[in-house]
Design a protein around this ligand. Structure first.
Ligand SMILES: [Zn+2]
Length: 272
């Protein structure tokens, strides 16, 4: 569920290779060309004249069109998944394609909720938080704060969904309780356990429910590793937490608290 971009490019690669196979089947092979009788000189000249006439009569080259809807393309470039062959989709077709698949990368319980879902205003206690979130979709650092039941996770997931549909950015939703036990669960590996490694590397991270985990002896260190690395490389990082800034200082120290509060857009989901 953490890798929508890879899934999408896999689909595109399949489509591209199917198209390539079709093209190969219809193109004459080299062997077939060799078997064909060689044309005489007069035939060649006639062919050439015919080709020149056809070129002169042909309409001018068409503007590039979207392989999805057939509409004219603007400044769109091929996405990485499209580079192999030539189909290029317009921005709107890309958005629609992402909107159609994004649910499967979200936890099932939240998979149907978007920022437009009417019930969102009953699940999230603060109407102002919903409005602020709509404006914050492209923010690199957002901290959604509120006690259990304030709707912070619902809101953050609806927002990450909208962001993915807009940008196509690969994202990972990482529950903090799972992160806190990662070293215990993967004690023997070289390097960092997968949840930690993946949380550092993913393009866009949502660290969910920070503060609800039971920290083991190494947890704060792992959290620092993730948050510091991501900030250093300007990778977008969103967090949901019940902690206030003071509570975050007490629990994780100044460095984490500063990055999650002073250096992020804080959205108060209400309920205090
Ligand atoms: Zn299109």
């Amino acid at each position: 569920m953490s890798d929508p971009e890879e899934f999408e490019s896999g689909l595109e690669a399949l489509r591209a290779s199917a198209d390539a196979a079709k093209a190969r089947m219809s193109a004459p092979t080299e062997a077939a060309a060799k078997r064909a009788p060689k044309p005489a000189r007069g035939d060649l000249e006639a062919l050439l004249a015919g080709a020149q006439a056809a070129a002169a009569a042909a309409p001018p080259a068409k503007a590039p069109t979207c392989s999805g809807c057939g509409g004219a393309l603007g400044s769109e470039r091929a996405e990485p998944s499209e580079r192999r062959e030539l189909p290029v989709r317009c921005l709107e077709c890309r958005r629609k394609g992402r909107a159609a698949i994004v649910s499967q990368f979200l936890p099932e319980y939240f998979a149907a909720t978007t920022l437009e879902t009417p019930e969102l205003s009953t699940w999230v206690r603060s109407a102002r938080a919903i409005a602020a979130t709509r404006r914050a979709l492209h923010e690199p650092r957002v901290t959604f704060v509120g006690p259990a039941g304030s709707g912070k996770t619902t809101l953050a997931l609806a927002a990450i969904r909208a962001r993915y549909v807009e940008t196509g950015e690969r994202f990972r939703i990482q529950p903090s309780w799972d992160l806190a036990v990662a070293r215990q669960r993967f004690p023997l590996g070289d390097g960092d356990p997968p949840p930690i490694e993946d949380s550092i590397r993913t393009t866009m991270l949502l660290l969910d429910d920070l503060g609800n985990e039971r920290p083991g002896p190494t947890y704060t260190g792992d959290l620092e590793l993730i948050v510091y690395e991501r900030h250093m490389h300007n990778r977008p990082t969103w967090v949901t937490t019940w902690c206030s800034k003071d509570q975050a200082i007490a629990k994780y120290g100044d460095g984490i608290a500063r990055r999650l509060f002073s250096e992020a857009l804080v959205i108060d989901c209400g309920g205090r």
